[in-house]
Design a protein around this ligand. Structure first.
Ligand code: G6P
Length: 468
């Protein structure tokens, strides 16, 4: 059963991520493309087990259906593939990746016009199409034959992608500072792009976790305070100005400041929005998902701008950004983009912009964060994930969505929203959300308050109430 989640289709290799399911999905997409007269497609892949092979399998089905495939035959950051969809003005593209999921997963992200994540409507329709397909309907052309007949064309967008980011970044300001930067691609795909950009800007760059390891060193390729431990230690020990970590497919990032503090994606968003408004004098609203810091609302308010809230999933961020001509959009899970760049999140671009910010302001991240907290107050977020089995999920669904019950919290409730999961807004400005992840079998409980103790109190109340 192929089911798309928050960020594409993801499944355990050998269980549901199989050649036959991949071919089914590809045929479903090919059928849709044929109906829409879309006859070209770009595909790239990450560094996971079976990714390259899977990209070839997908290309074989596309070629079998008469669709011309631009095949990126080197590991590619997801944002580079999205960039290719945009630049080549294609209607569709795909990445073989399971992003930040555990090593036994792989998956497919589908992109649509302009280089954005396929919307829920598109992926729902592809799911419906897939259900109609019988095995004998799948058309396949051998990969080598397709290359010989130029149905599959080898394509390399690397230079264009790098140049675009370089042109959007104040390289001169960075060159003057000669920053020392430590990169942690988390065994993923950001190395070549980030290293090239930063070295062009004359930064001194060193790397950790850059070899090919499909087990990701036994850790999740998802940048967090826990997974970036070595980056943190090395930044402090060797006196780097900044540590940059990117997730498995480089669309998200995690940052370690010069003092070794993990800078939460919430703070990265706040820093960049503040920088663009205050130092670059840009204008425009911000878009965040409903599990992302309300510090952004405060910054927007302070500059006479709007902050828009959307459900989790970058496709929602992209649509709202387009609708409101927002300056920046992002999520607490670590992805963001800026107006004028691709519609999807880009860890490589976000990292380059942060380096620019440090150079232009001549302030380290900790100093800039103090500046923000002084003006707009402190916001602390507690984040928890709880596993469950099928029956447990039924029980939780009933409490949260059917009976619409919430705990007796220690803080006065202002309102409750069911936009995505259950979000309770408190009168003191804090909030808590409980929602089922669309990428992992987890109930995510996040809360934000003016201090961590209060955030943890409401999380505990939710946990006890749900009996998890
Ligand atoms: O909380 P989840 O549903 O697991 O989603 C967490 C993240 O997963 C993927 O990376 C999506 O691309 C993001 O848009 C989303 O924020």
């Amino acid at each position: 059963m192929i089911k798309f989640g928050t960020g594409g289709w993801r499944a355990i290799i050998g269980e549901d991520f199989t050649k036959s399911n991949l071919q089914l999905l590809s045929q479903g997409l090919a059928n849709r493309m044929i109906q829409e007269n879309a006859d070209e497609f770009v595909i790239g892949y990450d560094r996971r087990f079976l990714s390259e092979k899977s990209a070839q399998w997908m290309a074989e089905v596309m070629a079998g259906n008469g669709i011309k495939v631009y095949f990126i035959n080197k590991i590619a950051p997801t944002p580079m593939i999205m960039f290719s969809v945009k630049e080549m003005k294609l209607k569709y593209g795909a990445a073989i990746t399971a992003s930040h999921n555990p090593a036994d997963y792989n998956g497919i992200k589908i992109f649509t016009e302009g280089g954005r994540d396929a919307s829920a409507e598109v992926t729902n329709e592809i799911e419906v199409e897939i259900r109609k397909i019988e095995v004998e309907d799948i058309k396949v052309m051998n990969f080598d034959k397709a290359v010989n007949e130029e149905k599959v064309v080898i394509y390399n967008p690397f230079n264009d992608y790098i140049d675009t980011i370089i042109n959007m970044t104040d390289l001169k300001a960075i060159k003057d500072k000669q920053l020392k930067i430590l990169l942690d691609p988390m065994y993923g795909v950001s190395k070549t792009s980030l290293q090239t950009i930063l070295m062009t800007a004359r930064c001194e760059v060193e790397l950790i976790h850059d070899r090919h390891d499909t087990l990701f060193g036994g850790r999740l390729p998802s940048p967090s305070a826990e997974t970036l431990g070595r980056l943190k230690n090395n930044v402090v020990e060797k006196g780097f100005d900044l540590g940059i970590g990117t997730d498995g497919d480089a669309d998200r990032l995690g940052i370690i400041d010069e003092k070794g503090n993990f800078i939460h994606p919430n703070e990265i968003m706040a820093l960049l929005y503040y920088y663009l408004l205050k130092y670059k004098k840009w204008t425009g609203p911000v878009v965040r998902n409903l599990a992302t810091t309300h510090l952004l609302d405060k910054i927007a308010e302070g500059f006479g701008e709007e902050c828009y809230e959307v459900p989790v999933g970058f496709k929602h961020i992209s649509s709202k950004m387009e609708e409101t001509n927002a300056l920046i959009g992002g999520e607490s899970s670590g992805g963001l983009t800026i107006r004028g760049h691709i519609k999807g999140k880009d860890g490589v671009f976000a990292a380059s912009l942060l380096v620019e910010m440090i150079s232009v302001t001549n302030k380290h991240l900790s100093k800039l964060l103090d500046e923000i907290h002084e003006q707009f107050g402190k916001f602390e977020m507690a984040e928890h994930g709880f596993g469950f089995d099928v029956e447990e999920k039924e029980r939780l669904l009933k409490i949260l969505y059917t009976d619409k019950k919430i705990p007796e919290f220690s803080f006065e409730v202002e309102r409750v929203s069911y936009m995505d999961g259950v979000k309770v807004f408190f009168k003191n400005g804090g909030w808590i959300i409980a929602r089922f992840s669309g990428t992992e079998p987890l109930l995510r409980v996040f809360a934000e308050m003016d201090c961590m103790d209060k955030a943890e109190i409401v999380c505990k109340e939710m946990k006890e109430f749900l009996g998890i």
